[in-house]
Design a protein around this ligand. Structure first.
Ligand code: PAF
Length: 287
């Protein structure tokens, strides 16, 4: 596996390949990321065998962090990340410095549509999806992948990227990898490392709340009496009573994340974000 830090070195490392698969990350990798890397490898090997190339990027993207968020403290664990990527099918790691990726302030930015990017995560993290879309578009231009793999854990992010690829006619197939969970059900996240031991034990309650809302939605939907706001409010209250500060726990349509107001035959998803102590966790569950 090659590790490169500059655009010029990356271009040299990106030998012509029959198929190029890409996994963008911010590093501090966990098993969920490694499974995305394995998926990338499997797609390449299954489609073109030896002629393919897998690329991962590691870059903590300042543009997607708000002024009071954890950009400065976000763990940078490059050496360990590279060892994990090498063991999980990665051919090339691109780990640029900020100066390499943003040699000058990035004044051209990708602005996803408000109906997708200013709701849910975008409402609580203004500018987040502009930052994500801009860096992902830039990384796509640099790496020029045929396939890109993103985790479903960041459900809204995956949707924004899919829409960007479709709207900008980027010749990239976007693949979503299932959320990897710990044994107790907590979705793996780089930010789980911020949790104290007590918080870690409590953290699973977010996915428990989502499971409860999903079950209520399924049952009430089947009975034709779905009171979504009451079910969402009850799930948020239950978390508040345990000491959480929920931003949202909500039932949405899978295809565009628009709200549901009553019984609905379309595929649905429950999404949640809540703070436990100083750590903000997100999760989702397809219904
Ligand atoms: O999901 C992430 O880790 C980041 O948002 C991404 C896609 C690597 C862009 O910085």
């Amino acid at each position: 596996m090659q590790i490169v830090h500059t655009l010029a070195d990356l271009r040299r490392a990106l030998k012509p390949a029959a198929l190029r698969a890409f996994v963008p990350t911010m590093g501090n990798l966990h098993q969920g990321h490694l499974e995305l890397m394995q998926m990338a490898r499997q797609h390449v090997d299954a489609r073109v065998g030896q002629g393919g190339l897998t690329v991962a990027s590691i870059f903590v993207n300042r543009l997607q962090f708000g002024p009071h968020e954890d950009f400065d403290t976000y763990p940078r664990t490059l050496e360990n990340d590279c060892a994990l990527l090498a063991a999980n099918g990665c051919d090339v790691v691109f780990a640029p410095s900020e100066k390499d990726l943003y040699p000058e302030p990035q004044v051209f930015k990708v602005h996803p549509p408000a109906e997708l990017a200013d709701i849910l995560e975008g409402a609580f993290r203004p500018g987040f999806f502009v930052g994500v879309s801009t860096v992902v578009h830039k990384l796509f231009n640099i790496v020029q992948p045929d396939i890109a793999v993103f985790g479903k854990k960041d459900y809204q992010q995956l949707m924004v990227i899919r829409r960007m690829v479709q709207q900008m006619a980027l010749p990239i197939e976007v693949i979503g990898g299932e959320t990897r969970r710990a044994d107790d059900g907590l979705a793996l996240s780089s930010r789980n490392g911020y949790l104290s031991a007590d918080e870690r034990a409590e953290a699973v309650q977010l996915s428990t709340a989502l499971k409860g809302l999903a079950a209520a939605a399924r049952a009430d939907n089947a009975a034709g009496q779905l009171d979504v706001s009451a079910a969402e409010a009850a799930a948020m209250d239950a978390l508040r009573q345990r000491g959480w500060a929920p931003d949202y726990i909500t039932l949405r349509r899978q295809h565009d994340l628009s709200p549901v107001s009553g019984p609905c035959a379309e595929p649905l998803v429950v999404l949640g974000a809540a703070k436990l102590g100083k750590t903000r966790l997100i999760d989702n569950l397809e219904v």
